[in-house]
Design a protein around this ligand. Structure first.
Ligand SMILES: [Fe+2]
Ligand SMILES: [Fe+2]
Length: 244
């Protein structure tokens, strides 16, 4: 079945892909919306050129005003470039932006107005109005000093930012046979060292993860989750390749 990337795509009953199918480069950017009762969380809002497409898709699944939290996995332009305009469009006075302090220090230069919820000052957790808890896991230097991933315990979903991302000309939102090779290519381009990467991946052992939603590449589900984690532990990147 051909997937229609022009519109929002349902990942789960309460999680939607609202990203951008990039036809000019090999880097497809994924943004996601999680809906929890009357509240919505927006993960990695995306870049400036993608803004109209992304927000049209967001509007397909939620009323803008219900977006009460934006999560910024790190400060990159493909993650946060459009955030200032998103704030304006959402127009929710209670809107907060969750980020690590090392990211917060940088993203304020985009000119953001909303309060920044510094995750490391809140025990790496946030509780939504319904009581649903999101946990942030610190992924230092992967690839940014303040990188975080977010774990939604309710659905056992990991919103992983650049981690588990892939680059490829042929792209599918849901994993295909090229998943591991696409991830390898991306991690070798952007991640600093296998030692740092593996130490983060080992942290994931204590989480029950049913699916990984990365900001690039493909959604990873079921048995592939463990496979992807173990595979990345064997990928030399960054300094490993430079020293070779
Ligand atoms: Fe990045
Ligand atoms: Fe990225």
């Amino acid at each position: 079945m051909k997937i229609d990337y022009e519109n929002a795509i349902t990942i789960l009953r309460d999680i939607y892909w609202v990203g951008f199918e990039e036809r000019d480069t090999n880097l497809h950017c994924n943004s996601y919306i999680l809906i929890d009762d009357n509240e919505a969380v927006f993960f990695d809002t995306g870049s400036i050129p993608d803004f109209p497409t992304i927000m049209r898709k967001v509007l397909e699944v939620v009323d803008f005003k219900t977006v009460s939290l934006i999560v910024a996995s790190h400060q990159d332009p493909d993650v946060c470039g459009n955030m200032v305009i998103v704030e304006d469009v959402v127009d929710n006075p209670d809107l907060k932006i969750a980020a690590h302090s090392n990211t917060a220090r940088l993203i304020r230069h985009y000119g953001l107005k909303s309060d920044i919820y510094v995750v490391d000052n809140h025990n790496y957790k946030i509780t939504l109005k319904s009581g649903r808890e999101l946990e942030f896991i610190y992924a230092p230097f992967l690839h940014s000093p303040g990188a975080i991933v977010t774990y939604d315990k309710k659905t056992k979903t990991l919103f992983s930012g650049d981690l588990f991302g892939g680059v490829s000309k042929e792209w599918s939102l849901f994993e295909d046979d090229n998943l591991l090779q696409n991830m390898k290519a991306f991690h070798q381009l952007y991640m600093p060292s296998s030692k740092i990467l593996t130490s983060f991946l080992n942290k994931l052992d204590s989480y029950e993860i049913e699916r990984i939603l990365p900001q690039h590449g493909s959604v990873i589900e079921g048995d592939s989750v463990k496979k992807a984690i173990e595979f990345l532990k064997s990928v030399p990147c960054g300094i490993d390749l430079i020293e070779k």
